[in-house]
Design a protein around this ligand. Structure first.
Ligand SMILES: [Zn+2]
Length: 412
């Protein structure tokens, strides 16, 4: 297939070419990048898709998802293992509509991502490429303790990591702060987590939003810090120096801020000791400064050179599934260019995942995971809302509003 669009954004954070077309090969890779006329002449048998005033770029990667997060469903009692897996499947397939071809799952119901990935390899289902943790873990009574295993002490942390790796985890997720300045895991436990992962050759990400938890995670040497909501420029500089990537998840915190602001307005007449009001006010006290921290400081942190990776972390009932285009739009609203924002969802994730020789750029020899959006994306990030075509390994998975997620190659 030859795909042409007026603009080609390679995903390296700088390069936008004009008048180029991409030839995908039968092996699912990008075979050649050259002007359309040249490709059409050299490969006359190939189907040609010309999108005109549009931008071709790498398929996006959402670096913080929870495909099997079902806990907030109002009928959660209906969610047995089969329902959870089906829920995760529809969540994964929704990704294509947003131009997403890869995700990193940062904790889900035990075993679900592993099964989805296996089903994909066997050709049962068509979903984005998944890199996944298992369930994650926290200290006893720590953040998300109703949903993830509780472990205490360095050896319990190591043992839980060993179990999760045994059960197929490709990354490990640790949770260590929760809306308070009291860190959860001790430094010794955090150090043990990183050491156990790294000596096994796998990477680990950590949920840390407050101080001094963020500094403790930097000291421990995690590979990615999730949220880091209240970090400082000094933290960002340290992360840049140590090669720790940052997943801000602006969208999640902004949506939660919007929701509790709206709820407070709606319930304005209620007495302040009303339990609903008390919950909303408590949430507001965290999410308002969180929203402002991203709004006011994102650009300063970005400018330290810390590797930013885009993730959405949307899990609440009725929240949009994987709204990565909106996350990137916030980044642009807060001061970086669309070309830089796209890098946080393409080549930066590929490097953090260690697959930069396979994907993350529009480059000859890499996987043909491609996205075409209407308009000139380098001038207007909202072009991401107009997804024309998504390919995964050279096969069409979404086009003109329709998902092509059947089995095998029947659609191509
Ligand atoms: Zn999360």
């Amino acid at each position: 297939m030859i795909i042409c669009a007026k603009y080609l954004m390679t995903g390296d954070g700088e390069t936008v070419l004009e008048g180029q077309a991409v030839l995908t090969g039968g092996d699912g890779k990008i075979k050649k990048i050259a002007p359309k006329e040249e490709l059409v002449q050299d490969f006359p048998e190939e189907e040609v898709k010309d999108y005109g005033e549009a931008t071709l770029l790498p398929g996006l990667c959402d670096m913080h998802v929870h495909l099997a997060y079902w806990y907030s469903q109002p009928d959660s009692f209906n969610y047995n293992e089969q329902m959870i897996t089906l829920y995760a499947l529809q969540h994964a397939q929704a990704a294509f509509e947003r131009g997403i071809t890869s995700v990193r799952d940062m904790s889900s119901y035990h075993g679900v991502c592993r099964s989805l990935k296996l089903a994909q390899e066997k050709g049962f289902i068509t979903i984005p490429r998944i890199t996944h943790t298992d369930t994650g873990m926290c200290m006893t009574g720590g953040h998300a303790c109703d949903e993830v295993p509780e472990v205490d002490g360095p050896w319990e942390v190591r043992k839980e990591i060993r179990k999760q790796v045994r059960d197929g985890a490709e990354w490990v997720k640790i949770l260590t702060t929760h809306r308070s300045h009291i860190p959860e895991f001790t430094q010794e436990e955090l150090n043990a987590a990183v050491d156990e992962c790294h000596r096994r050759g796998i990477k680990c990400g950590v949920h840390a939003g407050t101080n001094p938890g963020i500094q403790m995670c930097i000291d421990a040497g995690f590979d990615t810090i999730e949220h880091a909501t209240f970090m400082t420029v000094d933290h960002a500089k340290q992360m840049a120096e140590k090669g720790i990537a940052w997943t801000p998840t602006i969208m999640a915190y902004t949506l939660l801020y919007d929701i509790c602001k709206e709820n407070l307005e709606k319930n304005a007449g209620k007495p302040v000791n009303d339990p609903v009001m008390q919950k909303e006010m408590k949430d507001y006290q965290y999410f308002e400064p969180a929203y402002k921290a991203y709004r006011d400081h994102f650009k300063e942190f970005y400018d330290t050179g810390v590797t930013v990776i885009a993730g959405t972390d949307m899990v609440m009932y009725q929240s949009p599934l994987l709204p990565l285009p909106r996350e990137l739009q916030y980044m642009v609203e807060y001061g970086i260019t669309p070309v830089q924002a796209i890098q946080t969802a393409t080549s930066n994730p590929a490097k953090v995942l260690g697959v930069e020789n396979e994907r993350g750029l529009v480059k000859e020899g890499l996987d043909a995971d491609l996205l075409v959006v209407g308009g000139e994306l380098s001038k207007d990030i909202t072009c991401l809302n107009d997804v024309k075509l998504v390919t995964l390994g050279g096969k069409r998975v979404f086009e003109d509003g329709i998902r092509y997620v059947g089995t095998g190659n029947m659609f191509m």
